[in-house]
Design a protein around this ligand. Structure first.
Ligand code: FAQ
Length: 312
């Protein structure tokens, strides 16, 4: 039998050769734990992420916008399902993960604890939040764990459609009257900094990045991805004709990147600890939705049991 050291060596060599780790392969316990943590937090983010947008389904400005918003929100639910399934391949069951979310033990992305106050926020969420999610997730298509990487490929295709629909909402508002343009600017003012926070703490304060980079779970650090997002988004704001709320934002010829101001990390920590503007409301809404969905889960189980009895 191979000893632990040999197994670890072969595991790392496999990762270094860019081969995927699959569910039945040997893996160190820390790798498994890191993946369960990251994939489940990601799944929870998709599911809680439905709430700020769900708030606007009944108030979408026309039928076309309502149909698009409904489809987008359903896509997020689907993303949650692929991700919970990917986490389950690591030997944890979905009920446990959902209990951790509903009890407040598990994290989900800080961004979804901010309120969606106007229709322009549907644009800002698509443009900035999905935009940030894509920058992070395109890299995750090459993550070392096979089921996570494969889920990401499909999710990214859908997210890029989401990003465009958000941008198109803002483009329509920015081409509209002064009040509509003001609404677009206001949404950018409120969502810009929280979107930058989505990438997580700065590299020097990130507890997991070093390990995750070594195992190729993460392909880029938090700060590298944040920079990519800023570089990609500034020209898009210029096309809209609205101003990113950062006086320090400027092109740095030497670095070939935009410089930008300091993130308010105190606010980030506050939100992650459960004290953001909507943390309580989001969890209450999820708990209520879970309770109200009990009959659906019961019916699905009863149907599955009946079918398996018939087959037996
Ligand atoms: N919010 O050491 P790191 C979406 C936590 S999907 C809350 O840097 P790591 C789709 C972190 O968990 C958006 N907590 O951690 C959509 C850790 O806590 P722990 C979600 C955060 O894992 C769009 C601690 O801080 N995307 O938007 C945040 O190496 C529109 C230390 O941090 C993903 O989850 C945060 N922003 O890097 C849906 C992508 N940042 O576990 C609806 C996958 C960090 O030790 C509408 N995840 N923390 O207690 C990742 O890439 C990584 O997990 C990071 C964090 C980059 C988020």
């Amino acid at each position: 039998m191979k000893d632990q050291e040999q197994l670890l060596k072969e595991f790392q060599e496999k990762i270094d050769r860019e081969e995927k780790i699959e569910p039945k392969d040997w893996m160190p316990e820390e790798y498994r734990k890191t993946l369960i943590r990251q994939i489940s937090q990601h799944a929870h983010s998709e599911v809680v992420g439905m709430l700020p947008e769900g708030n606007w389904i009944t108030r979408a400005p026309n039928l076309r916008r309502k149909a698009i918003l409904l489809a987008k929100i359903q896509d997020e639910a689907g993303h949650g399902l692929y991700l919970y399934s990917a986490a389950e391949t690591l030997g944890i069951d979905r009920d446990t993960l959902i209990d951790e979310l509903l009890s407040g033990k598990a994290k989900y992305s800080s961004i979804f604890n901010y309120p969606a106050l106007t229709w322009a926020d549907m644009g800002a969420i698509g443009w900035l939040v999905d935009g940030a999610a894509i920058v992070n997730q395109v890299a995750l298509c090459r993550t070392s764990y096979g089921p996570y990487a494969r889920a990401m490929v499909r999710i990214c295709k859908e997210e890029s459609f989401h990003q465009r629909q958000g941008y198109e909402i803002l483009l329509a508002l920015c081409r509209g009257n002064a009040a509509q343009k003001k609404m677009a600017q206001d949404s950018l003012n409120r969502w810009w900094w929280p979107s930058l926070m989505m990438f997580g703490p700065s590299d020097k304060n990130s507890a997991h990045t070093a390990h995750s980079m070594n195992w190729k779970i993460k392909r880029f650090t938090n700060d590298e991805l944040r920079q990519k997002f800023v570089d990609m988004t500034v020209p898009q704001a210029n096309v809209l004709g609205i101003k990113i709320p950062d006086d320090k934002l400027q092109w740095n010829e030497q670095r070939g990147h935009y410089d930008f101001g300091e993130i308010n990390w105190e606010e980030f920590n506050h939100v992650v600890k459960g004290n953001g503007p909507c943390n309580r409301q989001r969890l209450d809404d999820r708990r209520k939705a879970h309770e109200e969905g009990q009959w659906v889960r019961d019916a699905a189980m009863a149907y599955a049991e009946k079918r398996s009895n018939k087959i037996a």
